[in-house]
Design a protein around this ligand. Sequence first.
Ligand code: FAD
Length: 453
Amino acid sequence: MTDPTRPAGRPARDRLVERGALWLGLYLVLVTLPLFALLPGVRRPGGGFAWDFSMALGYAGLAMLGVQFVLTARFRRPTAPFGIDIVYYFHRYLAVAAVALVVAHYAILRFGNPAALGPADPAEAPRHMTAGRAAVLLFVALTLASLLRQRLRFEYDLWRATHAFGAALAFGLAFWHLLGSGHYLDSVWKRAVWIGYGLCWLLTIGYVRLVRPLRLLRSPWRVTEVRPERGRVWTLVLEPAERTPPLRFAPGQFAWLSLGSSPFAMREHPFSVASSAERPGRIELSIKELGDFTSTIGGVEPGAIAYVDAPYGTFGIDRQPAAEGYVFVAGGIGIAPLLSMLRTMADRGDGRPCTLFYGNRVLERVAFREELEALALRLDLRVVHVLLEPPPGWTGEAGFIDREVLDRHLPPARDRHQYYLCGPTPMTRSVEQSLAALGIPAAQVHSEIFDWV
Ligand SMILES: Cc1cc2nc3c(=O)[nH]c(=O)nc-3n(C[C@H](O)[C@H](O)[C@H](O)COP(=O)(O)OP(=O)(O)OC[C@H]3O[C@@H](n4cnc5c(N)ncnc54)[C@H](O)[C@@H]3O)c2cc1C
C-alpha cells in the first residue's frame, strides 16, 4: 500500500523537470544531428544561397518528421514527465512546422530555381523527383486531414489508419527522393547516418504496429461484467485472463482498450481506469455512450476478450502526494478518473479532506450518485452537485460550476489543496480561469482532457 501522506514534494518534482529537460535535449539532438552530419567533408557545389537554404529546409523537415514516429509511439519513459496529451500536442504542432519546412524546400526551388526540379511530368521526370513531389503532396494532405478532421466529419478510426499508413508512405517516398538526389550525401558515412536514421524510424513503426500488439495478444483480459449506470454510462469490469499480470496503475491513469478485434486492427479507444489502484486484479472502465464505439459497450457479453494497453497518463493524486487536501471538479463522464482517485483514497484509508464539484444536466443522470454518498461516509468528502436543469424544490447549486459556486464551497485552506479537473473542454477551461481568479496557483491545478485527438 502507498503511504498517502509521504512528502514527495519538490525533490520529486525537480527530478521530473530534470527528466523532462533531458528528453527535450535528446529530442533536439535527434533532430539536429543528421543535419550537422551533412556539414563536414567535401561537398558538391550547390546552386547559390537559395538552393542551399532550400536543401537545408528539406533535410530539417525530414529529420523532424522522422522523429514524429517516436513521439507518437507512446513510449512510457519519455512521455512521463510531460503527459501523453502534451506529447500529442507537441507532435501536432511540430508536424505542421516540419511540413511547412518541406513545402518551403519545394517552393523555393519551384519559384527561385525551377530548372533544378526538372520536368514535372512523371513520364519524363527522374523517379526520385516524382517521389519527392508525391511526398510533399501527401504530407500536406495528411496535415490538412488531421487539422480539419472534426470539421470534415472524418471518422476517427478510419482517419487514424489513413494517417498512420499515409505518414509511413510519405516518409518512404521522401527518403527515396533524398537518396536519389543525394545532395550533401556524397560520402558513404553520411549516407550511412541517414539510412541508419531511416531504419530507426522504421523500427519504431515495427515496434508500434507489430511488437506491441503481439505483446497485447499474449496478455488478454476478459470482460466479467457489463453494468449499466445512470446517464447512459456503462461500466466494463475486466479481469486478467490466465497468464496476464494484474495492471499496476496510479489513480487517474488511463488505458487504451480494444474490444472484439485483434490488437493489430488499430481500433483502440482511451478510457480512464475508474476503479481503485489498490485493486489491480480487477479493473473497471466507465464509458459514456457517445459515438460508434461507445454505443456498442452495452451489448458486450461477459466473457468477451479485451486488450488493455496501460497504464498511461500523468493525471492523478499520486503525482502530488504531499497535498493537504484535494478539490475535484467533474463534468459528466469526467467523473471516471476522479472516481478512481476517491476509491483509491478510501482503500488506502486516506483521511485528507476532499471536495468534489460534480456538474450534470439533470439529477436522474448523475452517474455514481449513490456510490459517492457511500464514499462520503468513508472519506472526509463533501460532494457539491451542480445541476444545469435542477428538479423542482432543488436546494443545491444550479447552473454551471462557475467562480461564485467554487467560492461558496471551496475549503478554508483552499490555496494549500491540489485541484483535479475533468470534463468537457469548455467547462475545464472555464473552471481553470475561475480558480486563477480565486488566487489558486496554476501549478496546483491539473486537468485531464478527453478530446485531445
Ligand atoms: C485520456 C482519455 C481518457 C478518457 N476516458 C474516458 C472515460 O473514462 N470514459 C469515457 O466515456 N470516455 C473517455 N474518454 C473519451 C473516449 O475515448 C471517447 O469518447 C471515445 O473514444 C469515443 O469513441 P466513439 O467511437 O464512441 O465516438 P466517435 O463519435 O466516433 O468519436 C468522438 C470523438 O472521440 C474521439 N475518439 C474517437 N475514437 C477515438 C480513439 N480510438 N482514440 C482516441 N480518441 C477517439 C475523437 O476525438 C472523436 O472525434 C477518454 C479520452 C481520453 C483521451
